[in-house]
Design a protein around this ligand. Sequence first.
Ligand SMILES: NC(=O)c1ccc[n+]([C@@H]2O[C@H](COP(=O)([O-])OP(=O)(O)OC[C@H]3O[C@@H](n4cnc5c(N)ncnc54)[C@H](O)[C@@H]3O)[C@@H](O)[C@H]2O)c1
Length: 425
Amino acid sequence: MLRVGVIGAGNRGKDIYANFILEKTDEAEIVAVAEPNPLKREEMIKKHGIKPEYVFEDWKDFLAKDKFCDAIILATGDDMHFEPIQEAMKKGYDILLEKPMSNKADECIKIVELAEKYGVKVMVCHVLRYTPFFSKLKELIESGIIGDVVDIQHNENIGNFHFAHSFVRGNWRNSDETSPLILQKSCHDLDILSWLLGGSQCEKIASFGKLTHFKRENAPVDSAERCLDCKYIDSCIYSPKKIYYKNLGAWPTLVATDIQTVEGLEDALKSNKYGRCVYKCDNNVVDNMVTIIQFKNGVNVTFNLSAFTDEVCRTIKIMGTKGEIRGNDSKNHIEVYQFGMGEGRFSNGKMTEIIPEVLEGGHGGGDTGLMQDFVDLCLGRKNDSKTNPRVSLESHIMAFAAEKSRVEERIVKMDEFIAEAKNSK
Ligand SMILES: NC(=O)c1ccc[n+]([C@@H]2O[C@H](COP(=O)([O-])OP(=O)(O)OC[C@H]3O[C@@H](n4cnc5c(N)ncnc54)[C@H](O)[C@@H]3O)[C@@H](O)[C@H]2O)c1
């Protein structure tokens, strides 16, 4: 039996990973928690039967003890990964580390070095690698069905309400406190692009983007600071009535209030950050960002990250010398076109439709696949996993470089950027 401790029992730690262990496996159990929020801590104690000596308010108290379990799930906020993971690695714990590894490039490099020095097993939560959808795309590319990949157009469609919840009102609204949008939201996408391209690294990157819409100047006339006091509460696209009331007991309402009743939600919205007008928050992260990437294997990619989409999904078009692949992960749908094999006059490809298998769980089944892999890795059933800090570093460094390009309005060469990050340690 794998004995696991959770540090940071929030949405990821408590609701996704600890729930997986409770509901989906008999081979692991949660034996410890470090969480400052008393309600979340209590929920963990009750659900998992955690003994009082293994309940902590702070990660520092958890890791001050000698090693007492096998593995740790580290799911604190972006700016609270670096210190605890160093301690946990020193103590010899195997670790599931939430992404981003850290919100600083030099700290990400250090995590890679320390994981290799201490020889502990560390997985980074790049859930997309575990989805049947992206695995199928990789299999198709590697089969050669579209020849050599020449370029890719990839979109992360954040979804307007998801953006408002997480990146305007919520935890990741301000890059000074957490991390830039492209690191926080899209290290997954940068990771999956490199993975689809057989691990090719980025040569150069350029990025454009800004905060366009969610600003005070775009607020409706006479709108209030808080939604519950606002005359637009029924009509506003971003009204809590549309985002939170109908999702009691589920994300994103699980994040917006600790108490999952209408009264609990209303109480929370009167004073917490999720009750604020989306045009009057302290947000500074971009709401749209277009990035161009040249990979070392010669493939060019455009990556479009946007708040202004209806669906929350990823769409991709992979263009090869002999064909084209189009996919939408939320529709779980892939189309493969083989050039010159169809009958059409202006479209001469033969189209094959592919529906990847369905795996239960968040992120298109990626959360489930990731956790099963972590359990297998820690129990010694396999020596290697699909993610680790060294593999993950590529996507993180690309994200930091893209942000630098956007801010400094110039193309960033990766070799120079990495050398600079190493020197700043
Ligand atoms: N892999 C993914 O797809 C994915 C998706 C969403 C978020 N994330 C990442 O997961 C991490 C957690 O995100 P979340 O949505 O669960 O956030 P969250 O705010 O719900 O959870 C973080 C928890 O850490 C706790 N915490 C704060 N200080 C602490 C301390 N000193 N010791 C122990 N715990 C402490 C907080 O009280 C909170 O409950 C973030 O880094 C985020 O970027 C990853």
